[in-house]
Design a protein around this ligand. Structure first.
Ligand code: BES
Ligand code: MN
Ligand code: MN
Length: 461
C-alpha cells in the first residue's frame, strides 16, 4: 500500500464520521425554515478546512446563504487550484418514500444513504479530505483555494456577485469540481460538458374565483385546460420545441463528436429499467444519449391548480400554474431563451384567460476542452486510481455557475465527478457508494500531483 491509500484506509472511519455530521445538518437552501442550518453547515466546513490545515477560512454572508472561502498558499509561484462545491441540498420530500430518514445517514450495501450523500456533500468532502492528506503529510505542491456555496440548488443567485467582488482572492489556474457523475468505477468517465438552464414559471388566470364546474363548466374558459393545451403546443410531433427562435443559437455537434458519443457503452434496456419505464421518446434524429447530452429540452417540473386534495371537488379553477425548465446547449443564452419563451407563451393565450410568465433563474452550458493540461491531469489521475483511461462524456445536468466562472473569473473548470447515475440525487433514497467516496479522495490527491507536473513541464517549454 502506498502512502495515499494507507492514509485513506487508516482514516476512513473518521472521514465518514465527519461526513455524517455534515449530512445531519439539513441544509436545504430552498426552505426558509432551514436558514440557521445553512449557517451551521458553512461553519462546519469552515472548521473542517481549518482542522485539515488551511491557512484561513472565512464565511462571507450574502443576501442569501453564506459562501465559505478557504485557502492554503504555499508559494506565489506555484500553480493554484480552486475547488468549488456546494453545501446546500435539495428538499428531501416526499419523506414517506425514504427507506431511512434523509438526514440520518446510514451505511448499507456499501453505500451511504442520505440527502446530500452524493450531491454534493459526499463529493465535496472528498476534496476536504484530499486537502487534509496533503496538509498533514506535507505532500503539497500547489496552492489550494476553496469556494463553497449554499445556493447551487436554487440557482447560485449570489455567487456571481461574490466572484466579481473577489476576483483577486479567487485567482487560480483551474477550478476543480466534483459535482457530476461518472459511468462507473469500472468504466470511468469525466464530464466534458454541462447543459445550461432557463427556468420559468407561468400563471394562467381565468374567473374571479373557483366556480361550480356544473353551473359554469362548458362556457367559462378553464385555466387548467388552457394551460395543458398551451404547454402541449410547445412541442411538435417530432419532439421539436415550437418556440420561434429557440434553436437559433444552437450549434450542431460535429459528426466526429457524435461518433465518439455513440462509442459510449449504453444499454437502452438497462436505462429504461433503472427508471421504471418501458419506452423512451424524444427529438427525432437523435439517439437517447444525444437527446440527454447535446440537445436542448423543455420539461414541466411541476403543474398545479384547482383542487388537488383528497377525494373529488367539482370546480372550475380560477388559476393554473406550471414550472418549466429548458435545458440549453452551447451558445444558447438563458435570458434570451426565457424572453423568447415568455413572448411566445403570452402570445398564444386564448381569449378568456390572462397569462403571465416569469424567468426564475438560469445559466449557460459549458464545454470543457480535452487537450489542456487541466483535463489531461484529470484523465491521468483517474487512470492511475482506477486503472482505466476515462472517457469524456457530455452530461445533461447543469451547474450554471460554471460558465459564469469562465465569464467572470476567466478560469476553466474540470468536472471530476464521482457520483453514479444510480445515486438518486434529488430523489428519495439518495446514496453514494463508499468506494466512489474513497477512490474519489485518492483521485483528487493524484490530480494535484499530475497537474503540477504537467504545468511545470509546460512553463519550462
Ligand atoms: N450536481 C448537480 C448537477 C449535475 C448532476 C450535473 C449530475 C451533472 C451530473 C447540481 O447540484 C444540480 O442539481 N443542478 C441543477 C441546476 C440548478 C440550477 C438547480 C440541475 O441540474 O437541475
Ligand atoms: Mn450538485
Ligand atoms: Mn443538485
Amino acid at each position: 500500500m502506498d502512502a495515499i491509500t494507507n492514509y485513506i484506509e487508516t482514516n476512513k472511519d473518521r472521514f465518514l464520521t465527519e461526513l455524517f455530521d455534515l449530512i445531519r445538518i439539513p441544509s436545504v437552501s430552498a426552505k426558509e425554515e432551514n436558514k440557521a442550518d445553512m449557517i451551521k453547515a458553512a461553519e462546519f466546513l469552515k472548521d473542517s478546512l481549518l482542522k485539515a490545515g488551511a491557512d484561513k477560512a472565512e464565511i462571507y454572508s450574502t443576501e442569501g446563504h453564506p459562501i465559505l472561502y478557504g485557502e492554503k498558499i504555499i508559494s506565489a509561484d506555484a500553480p493554484t487550484v480552486l475547488v468549488y462545491g456546494h453545501y446546500d441540498v435539495q428538499p428531501a420530500e416526499p419523506l414517506e418514500l425514504w427507506n431511512t430518514p434523509p438526514f440520518e445517514p446510514v451505511i448499507k450495501d456499501g453505500k451511504i444513504w442520505a440527502r446530500g450523500a452524493d450531491d454534493d456533500k459526499g463529493q465535496l468532502f472528498m476534496h476536504v479530505k484530499a486537502f487534509e492528506y496533503m496538509c498533514k503529510t506535507g505532500d503539497m505542491s500547489c496552492n489550494v483555494k476553496f469556494m463553497i456555496e449554499g445556493e447551487e440548488e436554487v440557482g447560485s443567485v449570489n455567487l456571481e456577485k461574490f466572484c466579481t467582488e473577489n476576483k483577486a482572492m479567487l485567482t487560480a489556474d483551474v477550478i476543480l469540481i466534483s459535482d457530476t457523475t461518472m459511468i462507473s468505477l469500472e468504466t470511468p468517465s469525466i464530464t466534458s460538458g454541462l447543459r445550461g438552464l432557463s427556468y420559468v414559471q407561468v400563471e394562467v388566470s381565468g374567473p374571479n374565483r373557483d366556480l361550480h364546474s356544473g353551473l359554469y363548466g362548458g362556457a367559462v374558459v378553464n385555466p387548467c385546460n388552457v394551460l395543458c393545451e398551451m404547454i402541449a403546443s410547445l412541442k411538435d410531433n417530432k419532439g421539436k420545441i415550437t418556440i420561434p427562435g429557440f434553436y437559433d443559437d444552437v450549434k450542431e455537434c460535429s459528426s466526429d463528436e457524435r461518433e465518439a458519443m455513440a462509442q459510449r457503452p449504453f444499454s437502452r434496456d438497462k436505462f429504461m429499467q433503472s427508471v421504471g419505464v418501458s419506452s423512451l421518446n424524444g427529438e427525432d434524429g437523435y439517439s437517447d444519449l444525444e437527446r440527454i447530452g447535446i440537445r436542448p429540452t423543455l420539461d414541466i417540473n411541476g403543474i398545479w391548480g384547482g383542487y388537488t386534495g383528497e377525494g373529488a371537488k367539482t370546480i372550475l379553477p380560477a388559476k393554473a400554474y406550471a414550472k418549466i425548465s429548458m435545458r440549453l446547449v452551447p451558445y444558447q443564452k438563458a435570458e434570451i431563451i426565457a424572453e423568447l419563451f415568455i413572448k411566445h407563451f403570452t402570445s398564444i393565450a386564448p381569449a378568456g384567460v390572462t397569462v403571465s410568465a416569469e424567468f426564475l433563474h438560469g445559466g449557460e452550458a459549458y464545454v470543457s476542452p480535452l487537450n489542456t493540461h487541466e483535463y489531461l491531469a484529470a484523465s491521468q489521475s483517474v487512470e492511475q486510481t482506477l486503472n482505466k483511461k476515462p472517457i469524456p462524456v457530455r452530461s445533461g445536468g447543469s451547474i450554471p455557475i460554471v460558465s459564469t466562472f469562465e465569464k467572470v473569473l476567466g478560469i476553466k473548470s474540470i468536472l471530476l465527478g464521482f457520483g453514479l447515475e444510480s445515486d438518486a440525487i434529488h430523489s428519495p433514497n439518495e446514496n453514494y457508494p463508499l468506494d466512489n467516496f474513497l477512490k474519489g479522495i485518492e483521485t483528487v490527491i493524484n490530480y494535484y500531483k499530475n497537474y503540477v507536473f504537467l504545468k511545470k513541464g509546460k512553463s519550462q517549454e
